[in-house]
Ligand binder design. Structure first.
Ligand SMILES: C[S@@+](CC[C@H](N)C(=O)[O-])C[C@H]1O[C@@H](n2cnc3c(N)ncnc32)[C@H](O)[C@@H]1O
Length: 449
């Protein structure tokens, strides 16, 4: 029996899916944050459950050669970058291993997995951040939530945001303080300013800022817009978002344009895209280009192919491959994203792509008579609904390219496809989210003859 508050000398033999070190004390697994596989350490057990416990690192006795000093001042308090204490080689190896092991354990699939495709510079890569604001000891704080909490870490500089995001956040904190602005308090559901959303296009020339408030208007709206625009001329769009709900979801349903238009523009693999401020857009544009290139390459597209892009967002996959095939059909549930996709087709003079609004599981039936040669699937973290996969199986599509941001739901969905006769041709992890344990991957499947 392992007692809470007891001390133990342990060796870490594995890492959990969220990169905690795993050790065993008399067969009882204990998970320890920031410990690395292979390290020996003194730990204190801080929580015990029936089947496993949690510990805290007290002293590392034998330091892993893969350990690295995190470059961020906030590493110990922030919930964002849980792998910054590993060197990049280990981060990439961890992701490959997790994909292979999760497919084996949850999907009952034994398959080779390629090396993870990493970044040359695995920092400052995000093109979007939602940043909560709060008050602490009479001062405005803004940044990231602490792990499993809604306390805000006051981030001076984040190393996965572009530098300009930290600059705008700091500027707004000071400016709102000078106005003695009312800041939202999540516990009492009082106060006005909840936070901001920032988006940036890849070439860094366009930036959008959304001011999120608890109310129907932004107090001192003109003063804020004028000040922030003067200091950051690259801001092409400033929006207000109104969220009066008692919720920790930051963005509300209603928005209003305060400057410019409700979107920014970005280029990806040679096409230009309109991204309206609430549409999904991949957060790491360099890796997105690498990932799409791989997905298109493994699909081995033919000029006569009809392709379906399910969960198409603003149409980026469909439009990146449209010139290689006869026809593309995009399906997406968010109407604004479908409107963006249609406009993006026109913007890029692409006339063989059509886009349809609706949940894929509800509308795929309409296309059962289309002879789809290749299906791209790129669902959110929860993966695909069973009804959707059943409809896909009934269509007998020859090739499926499954792009996933959650290896657990990927394993579940691949199990269904493989059980029905699909063969996995390749699995390639992509490091879309360096310094974190999130894993993106591209899996190519072909229907067995
Ligand atoms: C991971 S994103 C992929 C978007 C796009 N393929 C890209 O690379 O930018 C998933 C998309 O699926 C959409 N979505 C979520 N659930 C859906 C559903 N049941 N049916 C259709 N689209 C859905 C989301 O709005 C989002 O645009």
């Amino acid at each position: 029996m392992v007692e809470k508050n007891s001390y133990h000398e342990v060796t870490f033999t594995d890492l959990t899916h969220d990169a905690m070190g795993v050790c065993k004390i008399d067969g009882y697994p204990v998970f320890v944050k920031d410990a690395l596989k292979g390290e020996k350490a003194l730990i204190k057990v801080v929580k015990t459950n029936k089947n496993f416990g949690f510990g805290r690192l007290i002293e590392i006795k034998d330091v892993s050669p893969f350990r690295k000093q995190p470059i961020c001042d906030h590493f110990n308090e922030c919930g964002g970058c849980n792998m910054m204490h590993m060197n990049y080689e280990m981060q990439l190896g961890f992701k490959k291993h997790r994909v292979k092991e999760t497919l084996r354990k949850l999907g009952h699939i034994e398959t080779d997995v390629d090396d993870t495709v990493g970044m040359n510079n695995p920092f400052y890569y995000r093109n979007k951040a939602i940043i909560p604001f709060g008050m602490e000891n009479g001062k405005i704080v803004a940044g990231m939530y602490k792990p499993r909490s809604h306390d805000i870490v006051d981030v001076r500089r984040c190393h996965v945001w572009p530098k300009v995001f930290s600059d705008i956040t700091r500027f707004l904190k000071r400016f709102l303080e000078s106005l003695d602005y009312s800041i939202y308090d999540e516990i009492t559901h009082s106060g006005v300013f909840r936070g901001i959303m920032l988006r940036r296009s890849k070439d860094n020339e366009q930036l959008s800022l959304t001011l999120i408030v608890n109310g129907n208007k932004v107090p001192f709206q003109d003063a804020i817009v004028d000040a922030v625009k003067e200091r950051f001329p690259c801001l092409k769009s400033i929006m207000a978002n109104f969220n009066k709900e008692k919720t920790n979801v930051m963005l509300g349903r209603k928005s209003k344009v305060l400057l410019g238009e409700d979107a920014i523009y970005d280029t990806l693999l040679g096409n230009e895209y309109r991204i309206s401020h609430k549409s999904f857009y991949q957060v790491n544009p360099l890796q997105t280009e690498a990932l799409y290139t791989k997905a298109i390459e493994v699909a081995d597209l033919q000029e006569t192919d009809t392709v379906m892009d399910a969960f198409c967002g603003i149409g980026t996959i469909a439009l990146s491959l449209a010139n290689k095939v006869d026809k593309v059909i995009g399906l997406e549930s968010v109407k604004a994203a479908v409107e963006d996709a249609k406009e993006n087709a026109v913007r890029n003079a692409i006339d063989n792509a059509e886009f349809h609004a609706g949940k894929v599981e509800d509308i795929i039936g309409k296309f059962k008579r289309e002879s789809v040669d290749v299906l791209f699937i790129d669902p959110p973290r929860k993966g695909c609904k069973r009804e959707f996969l059943d409809a896909v199986l009934a269509m007998g599509i020859k090739k499926i390219v499954y792009i996933s941001c959650n290896v657990s739901t990927l394993a579940r969905d691949l199990n269904i496809l493989v059980s029905d006769g699909y063969i996995i041709k390749s699995v390639t992890p992509f490091d879309m989210f360096p310094q974190t344990s999130h894993i993106e991957s591209v899996t190519m499947l072909e229907k067995s003859a």
